[in-house]
Design a protein around this ligand. Structure first.
Ligand code: IVH
Length: 650
């Protein structure tokens, strides 16, 4: 790179940064930014005399915003240098080895959220300050106090800074966005933005509703006399902070690399988003010897995961009709590799979302894929447009059966119960794992059964005969008899599978189990009052079920006759005790797994539910009880310790 190319790159970086930090409206992905940043940094390292004054490398952080009081950190909050592959790891290790040959390494996740510095004095949380520019940040103590994983008091008398990342778990992120979509509010692009935005709310009540989580990663000012970082962190967890889902002490390249691969492979299964792994020298004394550059500690580095956000182009926007008739727009994008998966489709949620983001066919867009989250378009790069992009209109006709659509605003629905897409998708759902789990009845087969005219409803499946199947394309003897066998095996299924498989709106797996536990097959005769008396069944669910039964009475009866669902044997009646017939909720860590304690209570005739409501009789809590405990207290539900529960059972 020559001097001119270098200056162009600095300019480009500054443009990206302006869009990201000032306008809150990114025009590129983090990955592209990081790579360019590193190119610039590499140039500057060898051309120290010609570093541009406005190079982002010369900026030590971002400016705290107005609206909050500012506060100084007791000791500086540093950033981390990034590395992207095994080569760079090797180089980093060589550099550290030059400074000390004895270094051991502590590895933990790099969480993707917003950093926060907590100050405790005499055992009390006295300040919570955002990172800001590393020296000064925003004072958001009130907001931090709403975060359940931040202890308000700790068993440590001196003054100590506990640093960590505030994150939103993936599931909670989906929930918040679903709520926002239903209320016609703009969606958060990713859990990190959602966490940062929620943390810096001027109104702490909004922060409190967002279920933020604090994950500690370090200690600032302190008077600890513990020589290893790993042991210091263990001490922090002892004080009542959350542990990382994975952490490991490693001795050198191969152990670090292996642990990195493991974390990368397992991260989709973790509740929080990770964007890499942080490697830190474990011995505090060696850390101090190694010291800091302008921005970063020399004793730590962030080993980033491959990007999950990528730039691509929208080739087309197609419509999908689901089993309930909801029409969902889906973007077909230029195939893009993200973490070893080729992404070709991205969900667009609904038409309001397309209009809000102004997504057009031909647009350059940023897509995001993260673990279990379905790939989605988070942003259109408007400056890339050339005028040839096409807007998509809200559909008025079903793309599959051509009948008129009902436009309810957020949702657009095909109301034709016989629409091929609805029928085919409900059969696929019927056969899926959480329903009847029928092997050999996948998408393609259901489609060909439907198109051959053999199957028009789930009931037809059970009168299929060998000679009919053999006439279908691709059906030889083996495949046909396998399908007929699996259909036979579906008979006698558990009652809840039968209920779940019918695909009743608002009634999923959990509700189906609740219904069958309470009524068995007689759920069709339950009254509205009886239904809503059940824990976890609200008015909307009960209403939807009653309506389904009213309209489909005959269908239910026929299906029941075919499937002969089994009812779990009535449990032996428990003798009289304080928990019999009561609803209990368990929280916190107990002397045995909560699964075992649940079984114990169920044996005494209690029902153990996952969430606290007005119907809960007892909240049984162990150590580290969190939001369920607070909710129980606020609803006036009796709270008892595990020990108290055991005494009551004696
Ligand atoms: S250590 C002394 N550890 O990443 C080094 N940071 O790029 C200071 N982060 O500002 C940071 N997980 O907000 C550290 N396990 C982890 C982290 C972590 C996430 C964030 C943190 C920091 C940024 C640095």
């Amino acid at each position: 790179m020559d001097q001119n190319a270098y200056l162009d790159n600095v300019k480009e970086l500054n443009k990206y940064a302006y869009h990201y930090y000032v306008l809150d409206d990114p025009i590129t992905t983090d990955d592209i930014y990081d790579r360019l940043y590193h190119k610039v940094l590499a140039y500057e390292e060898v051309n120290t005399e010609s570093i541009a004054e406005d190079s982002p490398t010369q900026r030590v952080g971002d400016v705290p915003l107005e609206g909050y009081e500012k506060a100084d950190h007791l000791s500086r909050m540093w950033s981390l240098e990034d590395i992207f592959d095994a080569d760079e790891l090797l180089k980093w290790l060589e550099r550290t080895a030059k400074r000390s040959e004895d270094a051991l390494f502590y590895c933990e996740p790099k969480y993707d959220g917003a950093s926060l510095n907590l100050v405790y004095a005499e055992g009390r949380l006295v300040q919570a300050v955002t990172r800001g520019n590393g020296l000064t940040g925003e004072l958001i103590t009130q907001n931090a106090r709403t975060i359940k994983s931040i202890p308000l008091t700790i068993a440590y008398d001196g003054r100590i800074e506990i640093r960590g990342e505030v994150v939103i778990f993936k599931e909670e992120f989906e929930r918040i966005n679903a709520d926002r979509a239903a209320n016609d509010e703009a969606l958060f692009a990713n859990p990190r933005n959602a966490a940062a935005g929620s943390l810096r709310q001027l109104d702490p009540r909004i922060t409190a509703k967002r279920n933020l989580v604090f994950l500690p990663y370090g200690i600032g000012e302190n008077e600890l006399d513990i020589p290893l970082l790993s042991a210091r962190m263990a001490y922090v967890y002892e004080l009542g902070f959350k542990k990382p889902p994975m952490r490991q002490e490693c001795r050198g390249f191969s152990e670090i690399e292996a642990f990195y691969q493991k974390m990368r492979d397992e991260r989709d299964d973790l509740s929080m988003m990770l964007d890499g792994m942080v490697i830190k020298v474990d011995q505090v004394e060696i850390q101090q010897e190694m010291g800091y550059t302008v921005k970063n500690p020399r004793w730590s580095v962030a080993y980033k995961f491959p990007a999950v956000e990528k730039l691509t182009k929208v080739k087309n926007i197609v419509l999908q009709v689901g089993r309930s008739g909801v029409v969902t727009p889906v973007a077909i994008v230029e195939p893009t590799h993200i973490e070893g998966v080729v992404v070709e489709r991205a969900t667009l949620h609904n038409f309001d979302e397309i209009e809000r983001k102004d997504i057009r066919i031909g647009d350059s867009v940023i897509i995001l894929r993260s673990g279990d989250v379905i790939p989605k378009i988070i942003k259109v790069i408007i400056p890339e447009r050339n005028g040839s992009e096409l807007k998509v209109e809200r559909p008025t006709q079903c793309p599959v059966c051509d009948s008129e659509l009902l436009d309810e605003g957020v949702l657009i629905k095909c109301q034709n119960l016989k629409c091929e897409a609805r029928v085919v998708n409900s059969i696929i759902y019927f056969a899926s794992k959480p329903c009847l789990n029928i092997d050999g009845l996948g998408e393609k087969i259901v489609e060909s059964l439907y198109q051959s005219g053999l199957v028009h409803s789930v009931i037809d499946l059970f009168s299929l005969r060998m000679e009919q199947l053999l006439e279908l394309d691709g059906f030889k003897e083996k495949r046909s008899s396998k399908l007929l066998d699996s259909l036979e095996q579906a008979k006698g299924c558990e009652c809840w599978r039968f209920v779940n498989a019918m695909g009743i709106e608002h009634i999923g797996e959990v509700a189906s189990k609740t219904l069958c536990d309470a009524f068995g097959l007689a759920f069709t005769k339950a009254s509205m009052e009886e239904l809503i008396a059940l824990d976890g069944i609200g008015e909307e669910m009960a209403g939807s079920l009653m309506e389904f039964i009213r309209v489909n009475r005959e269908h239910i009866a026929t299906l029941e006759e075919i499937l002969l669902p089994s009812i779990p044997e009535a449990k032996v009646e428990a003798s009289e005790n304080p928990f019999k017939g009561k609803i209990a909720v368990l929280t916190g860590s107990m002397s045995e797994s909560r699964g075992l304690i649940k079984e114990l209570l169920e044996g005494y005739g209690a029902k153990v539910s996952g969430s606290v409501s007005k119907k809960t009789d007892y909240l049984v809590f162990g150590d580290d009880a969190g939001s369920k405990y607070d909710k129980a207290v606020s609803l006036g539900v009796a709270t008892i310790t595990e020990a108290q529960m055991r005494t009551m059972l004696e």
